[in-house]
Design a protein around this ligand. Structure first.
Ligand code: WQD
Length: 336
């Protein structure tokens, strides 16, 4: 049974990916520093799959702890989620983001190089495209200067991986996520934003649950049909399955280059107002919101051209926006 290390495996996307890995018969080892999740997620994963993943609480900024882990564990593949991911916070604390997001990546890649380990999947983001010149966004779209430190850590991360693959014959895939939302069908795992949610969907569900007074819609003066910004919202379970597809591509040596990257989205763009309307339908609850000014750094529109991911990964989304919103709402109701 292949043993797969999932860093950040108790996080939102990480936990859903661990469940899919276990469903596929992989043995999973999780490293998480618990800085943005809770240990209870480990039990929730175990409840879903009936198999408790091996768990190590490790701060990947500590090189010695990373080395010791690899001394004691033979790994067949790595899915690297562990990173700080709050866009606004990253601009206030750039050095903490570079230390964690880049530092931990370098330490893991050094262990892979030193021990001739292979098969590395990197959690990247459509943020690398900034405001793309053409929509839908293909993998040929140029990477633009990042608007935030968070986005820059993803761009730099991809460059580090590409150069490492070239120099040390490592095989790696970066998955450029669009906007992950929703919760597992079991409603035992989902998005656990600590503090005031930065992202749209958790803020919507917390508003509907009465935890937040109202949702602020950041701008309705964008050049879009209804004036609000457009994003590609992908169900987190579909996104998790894209990681399995990418891992299998590497394990089966079907990759065409040492370093590859794919856009992982639904391929459908939805405006903020469209999401609100869909949520009200899914939750059967009117949402309290007001239009305010644009948020610094936001782009007008982004949605994926999924042609290459569909073909090369033999993967496509199966769930709809309505299903994602409905699962997000059911997950929220379980929290209260
Ligand atoms: C979506 C839309 C907001 C909150 C970021 C990162 C990306 C990934 C996902 C980590 C935008 C609007 C939001 C609110 C609003 N991050 N909005 N009111 O900014 O597209 O992407 O998060 O993995 O890499 O860049 O996601 O959910 O913050 O915003 O009107 O209270 O909702 O303006 O148009 P974003 P988001």
């Amino acid at each position: 049974m292949k043993k797969i290390l999932v860093t950040g495996g108790l996080g939102f996307i990480g936990s859903h990916t661990v469940v899919e890995l276990q469903h596929e018969g992989f043995e999973v080892i999780i490293i998480d520093d618990l800085s943005n999740t809770t240990i209870g997620v480990l039990d929730n994963i175990t409840e879903i799959t009936g198999k408790k993943p091996d768990f190590h609480q490790i701060d990947l900024r500590k090189k010695k702890e990373v080395t010791t882990f690899f001394d004691n564990n033979k790994i067949d593949g790595i899915i690297h989620f562990a990173a700080f991911k709050a866009v606004g916070e990253s601009v206030q604390n750039p050095l903490d983001y570079y230390e964690n997001n880049i530092g931990s990546l370098v330490y893991i890649l050094q262990e892979m190089r030193n021990r001739k380990l292979d098969n590395f999947i990197f959690s990247s983001s459509c943020t690398v495209y900034g405001q793309a010149d053409e929509l839908p966004i293909t993998e040929n779209a140029p990477v633009k200067k990042a608007e935030s430190t968070y986005g820059n850590t993803k761009q730099i991360g991809e460059e580090i991986i590409e150069e490492t693959c070239k120099a040390h014959h490592l095989n790696a895939i970066a998955l450029r996520y669009f906007n992950p939302i929703g919760a597992h069908d079991s409603i035992k795992i989902g998005e656990l934003p600590l503090g005031v949610p930065q992202n749209l969907i958790p803020f919507v569900t917390q508003t509907a649950a009465g935890i937040r007074k109202e949702l602020s819609v950041f701008g309705d003066d964008y050049p879009t049909p209804d004036g609000t910004a457009i994003r590609d919202y992908i169900h987190v379970v579909d996104l998790a399955k894209a990681h399995i597809a990418a891992l299998k591509r590497l394990l089966n040596k079907n990759n065409k280059q040492n370093f590859e990257f794919f856009n992982v989205g639904s391929g459908k763009g939805s405006s903020v107002l469209e999401v609100i309307k869909a949520f009200e339908k899914a939750s059967k609850k009117p949402l309290n919101y007001k239009i305010v000014g644009r948020r610094e750094g936001d782009i007008t529109a982004a949605f994926a051209d999924t042609t290459i991911a569909n073909k090369e990964l033999n993967w496509k989304t199966e769930k709809t926006l309505d299903e994602a919103l409905s699962s997000a709402w059911k997950w929220q109701l379980k929290q209260s």
